[in-house]
Design a protein around this ligand. Structure first.
Ligand code: SF4
Length: 387
């Protein structure tokens, strides 16, 4: 639907009453009074630093402000600029990222820092095309950096902004089909000046006022110009095509403890799900996993420590985890092996006391907590359900 057609629809939303068009200035005035104070934001009237904007935007991908804030502060203290980050080994970055989830972002963050140093002399580029050419930066993130760091006239459209626009214009096409239409409406509303503040104001409005449930329309600077509110059914927007759940996958995880205080781990391949992270050995995770065959996937200890001498014991219950595209259930087996036993090929021993410093994803923290409930590993708390 065109912007003109949307305007006509807005005028039909309430019989007998044309709805005024939303004005960017109304939102900006609200933002000046009610903006969220976030550690990566510049002080009022100051230009945001592109490195800080980029770092925060990568961390905020599919993650809440509350979860990101302490990680952002830690990263910035350790790597105050992009050259410092680029000069650090990936492993160190992954360790500092551990617990924040969606680990491909950490690998991309590191690759992007190196690309910015090599291709752009350490300066984050201004153009959205050049930004999109960098690892880990898609359309949304490029628009967010361009708007917030460089005041480019563009509004990045994430879930929060999608909701605000869908309600403001009562977009009745369901998502994801409505994405292009919502983006067009958002760009048409973006003012030529203060585009970065406008983008952040939209983010704040979506996060604090125009919430998914029970939006606080009485506090909204656009409550007179909102078509969904005029229809009396703001909460039903945006409309969505029902989602299909991913198929449940299952598998087994093996926690081998050595008598001298070590646990057997390995490093996942650098690419793909949880790439480069630390894990205990597991079987493949499949929809047709047969628990009766689980021990065939257990680590094979060499020579004198052959597998038949290692007594694997199944822990009661399962560990559940939800990745973006599928839920997972792992049964957990535990075995005690002799001190100084060599590690099977592709694995290594790590001290229980050192586990907290490993790049362990949330899933593996849950597995270890489940397996070693009476050990010091209890200190490693399960994190968020993220891939
Ligand atoms: Fe959202 Fe209500 Fe504001 Fe409309 S009036 S944009 S539904 S908060």
């Amino acid at each position: 639907m065109t912007v003109a057609a949307k305007t006509a629809k807005r005028q039909r939303a309430k019989p007998g009453a044309a709805i005024p068009s939303p004005q960017p200035t109304e939102l900006l005035a609200w933002y000046d009074r009610h903006r969220r104070k976030l550690p990566w934001r510049a002080a009022p009237g100051r230009r945001a630093d592109a490195y800080r904007v980029w770092l925060s935007e990568i961390m905020l991908q599919q993650t809440t402000v509350k979860a990101v804030a302490p990680y952002y502060v830690r990263f910035l203290a350790r790597w105050p600029d992009i050259r410092a980050l680029a000069a650090t080994p990936l492993d160190e970055v992954l360790k500092t990222w551990a617990g924040l989830g969606y680990y491909a972002r950490a690998r991309n963050l590191h690759a992007c820092a190196r690309a910015v140093v090599e291709r752009h002399g350490g300066k984050i580029p201004v153009s959205q095309a050049a930004l999109r050419d960098l690892p880990g930066i898609g359309t949304y993130t490029a628009a967010a950096i361009a708007a917030i760091a460089f005041d480019t006239r563009v509004t990045p459209v994430d879930g929060n902004i999608e909701r605000v626009i869908a309600r403001l214009y009562a977009v009745d096409t369901p998502l994801p089909k409505a994405k292009a239409e919502i983006s067009r409406l958002a760009q048409a509303l973006t003012p030529p000046r203060r585009a970065g503040d406008f983008a952040q104001a939209m983010m704040d409005l979506g996060a604090t006022v125009c919430t998914p449930k029970r939006p606080a329309c009485a506090l909204c600077p656009w409550n007179d110009s909102c078509a969904a509110r005029a229809c009396g059914d703001a909460e039903t927007f945006p409309q969505r095509t029902p989602k299909r759940e991913g198929e449940l996958r299952r598998g087994a995880a093996f926690v081998a403890r050595r008598a001298d205080g070590f646990v057997l781990v390995r490093t996942r391949p650098p690419k793909g799900l949880l790439g480069g992270m630390t894990e205990v050995p597991t079987t493949a995770w499949t929809a047709d996993f047969q628990e009766g065959n689980a021990l065939k996937g257990a680590p094979h200890f060499p020579t004198s420590m052959s597998k038949r001498h290692v007594a694997w014991q199944r822990r009661p219950g399962v560990v559940r985890h939800v990745f973006t595209h599928f839920p997972l259930e792992l049964t957990v087996y535990v075995a005690d092996v002799a001190a100084r036993a060599p590690a099977p090929t592709g694995t290594r021993w790590t001290g229980i006391a050192e586990l907290a410093g490993e790049a362990l994803p949330s899933l593996m923290r849950k597995v270890l907590a489940h397996a070693l409930t009476s050990d010091r590993i209890r200190k490693i708390q399960p994190g968020k359900d993220q891939s």
